[in-house]
Write a protein that binds this ligand. Structure first.
Ligand code: UD1
Length: 346
């Protein structure tokens, strides 16, 4: 029989790509999503890509009774992959309680429900933001975890601590936190991708929305960093590679290959690119000039982040395969297909 997996936030950007990978690998997927920052039509697109629609439950997991009930209904699941969370850094500074409430209540409710129903495996969506401004590059998993700059980042740090504590008290419980670097790109079909609500905070959706004419001008945040062209360096990773890492982590959990009951892995390519390099690559791919200007640094940004990838390679048997050109090409294809389909009313 196929293993059943619950994916919270499965209609979201990284969630939807992971659902596709899971279905392709033969898992039976149930998506829990409250659609607060995603759209239900993504489920149809997942079906178009894979030939199979995941079971869908529209639920707010931050509500304890709702969470309890839905887990009882799906108590034959073997694992949870938990994406559902708020993720806008700036908003989290304005509304910290909203972030702590949503991101941490839902995690606690999910873990309680898992323990009650003996669903003893979880994969958690964490972020490289937990490293703050790193003292050492590339960043290994044993780099110090620092106080994050934002409440959003702190929800990731605290969530990881909760997972560690729980795996110590519940002896059969296993957890893996995956610390994402900068996910970009979209599925090669152009059917699913990132759907930012409002003005995007992240670089790639901002670039593609400028290029398509929704936004006027990209602001490059600072060109006085100590990097080759003065702009900040990030480790961009294709969302399809990222999705496959979740399947690898799930296989590790279900085969009980873990060395300790709580593990963390960086998910990046190990290569860093500056903001200007991203702009140049986009201009090449889209064959156009981008309207941008250099402005002040953005508060809370660090100069340089890129991952050490060895641990994920060794333990998960996973490695990012897609390069920057493919990342940017697929982001641009997605933006164009999305806008064409918006005109047609989806
Ligand atoms: C951001 C979050 C991080 C979160 C991640 C989720 C901050 C400080 N960090 O990472 O906690 O986990 O998103 O996706 O917000 N840039 C511009 N102009 C723009 C947008 C971005 O120049 O309009 C630059 C940034 O300064 C940065 C790079 O592009 O150097 C990447 O930015 P972004 O996509 O926002 O990701 P991070 O800041 O690395």
């Amino acid at each position: 029989m196929k293993n059943k997996v619950i994916v919270t936030g499965g209609c979201g950007y990284i969630g939807s790509h992971t659902v596709v990978s899971l279905i392709e690998e033969g898992y039976e997927v149930v998506v829990f999503d409250d659609l607060s920052n995603s759209k239900e039509f993504i489920l149809n697109k997942i079906e178009e890509i894979t030939g199979k629609a995941p079971v869908f439950e529209k639920v707010n997991l931050a509500k304890e009774s709702v969470c309890k009930e839905i887990f009882q209904k799906h108590n034959d699941a073997k694992a949870v992959i938990h994406f559902a969370a708020y993720k806008a850094v700036g908003e989290s500074v304005q509304k910290p309680l909203m972030y702590y409430k949503n991101n941490l209540f839902s995690l606690i409710n999910i873990l309680n429900a898992q323990v009650e129903n003996k669903i003893e495996n979880i994969i958690f969506s964490s972020s490289a933001t937990v490293y703050g401004e790193p003292d050492l590059l590339p960043i290994t998993e044993s780099n110090e975890v620092k106080q994050p700059f934002s409440p959003y980042g702190n929800t990731k740090k605290v969530a990881e601590e909760i997972l560690l504590d729980l795996t110590k008290s519940e002896h059969n419980f296993s957890a893996i936190s995956l610390r994402y670097f900068n996910p970009i790109g979209a599925h090669s079909s152009g059917l699913i991708g990132e759907l930012p609500s409002g003005i995007p905070n992240n670089l790639l959706p901002y670039i593609t929305q400028c290029a398509i004419g929704i936004l006027e001008q990209l602001k490059v945040f600072g060109d006085d960093y100590d990097t080759k062209d003065g702009t900040a360096i990030r480790d961009y990773i294709h969302v399809v590679d990222l999705a496959k890492a979740h399947v690898a982590a799930l296989n590790r959990l279900l085969k009980k290959e873990q060395e300790t009951s709580y593990e963390v892995f960086n998910l990046g390519t190990g290569k860093g690119y500056t903001v200007l390099e991203i702009i140049r690559e986009f201009e090449k791919v889209a064959n156009m000039k981008l309207n941008y200007k250099i402005v002040e640094r953005r508060e809370g940004d660090v100069p340089e982040l890129y991952a050490a990838t060895k641990l994920a390679e060794e333990k998960l048997g996973w490695k990012a395969l897609l390069g920057l050109n493919e990342m940017i090409r697929s982001s641009w294809q997605w933006e164009q297909q999305l806008r064409a389909s918006v005109k047609e009313g989806y």
